[in-house]
Ligand binder design. Sequence first.
Ligand SMILES: O=C(O)CCC(=O)C(=O)O
Ligand SMILES: [Fe+2]
Length: 243
Amino acid sequence: MNNWINHIASSRVCSELKSQLKRDGYVKLPVRFPESDCKTVRECIDAMESGDHETHSMESGDNEIHYGDTEFRVWDLEKKQKSVARFQSELDLYLSTVTGRHPKLQTTLGIRNLAIPGGKFREGRWHIDSFMPQFKAFCFLSDVSDRNGPLTLILDTHVPRFKFTQLIRGIYFGISDAFVGSRRYTKLNDNYIESLIANGCSLKELTCSAGDIFIVNTSAIHRAKPCEHGKRYALTSYYKSFF
Ligand SMILES: O=C(O)CCC(=O)C(=O)O
Ligand SMILES: [Fe+2]
């Protein structure tokens, strides 16, 4: 066990974490997932992808592949892999202590991104997960540089004023959503993102070391930056609203 609970020092730390999340739309936790566990889970995700489920006592199914073969996703990993189950119960306990609430986990996604073939699959990645605040924990299982696909946020796009302005401009929802069967905000136009940047919005790439954990309000505009080199592995914990 990592005994993260011992790290929850004071109510001062808890309120700093909460106010950073509110202000910036993300916060890095002062606890980490140990490297030996990161390695076990990386190997597990690789084994799932190659169909070697027996070795890692995994079930098949629940897997997805996107962007050619470069993004592999496995859902409900907390139900299938012991280190992930332990990670998730410690994280839940940690977050309930920090927030004073009981964040309800929906699922833990394991994800692996490989370098994209030259020029392909770069566009159409920016989105928000929901209009209302939504919180996810991202635990990166490998070092993340600006070249292997950092989670990237557009700062200050989680604040209500920004969101309502985009709502009124018809950026997030459109009448056609009803016919198309998906919301406009699930795929934002790359030219729109460029116009935000030209108007002074800043990007924040969450580069980090293996084992680092972030809580992110994914109602901010974000994407996984296309991976140019190497690989990136992460666990993503989906929560019902908290904080
Ligand atoms: O994997 C990532 O870096 C981000 C993916 C994403 O958009 C999400 O989990 O909401
Ligand atoms: Fe997302």
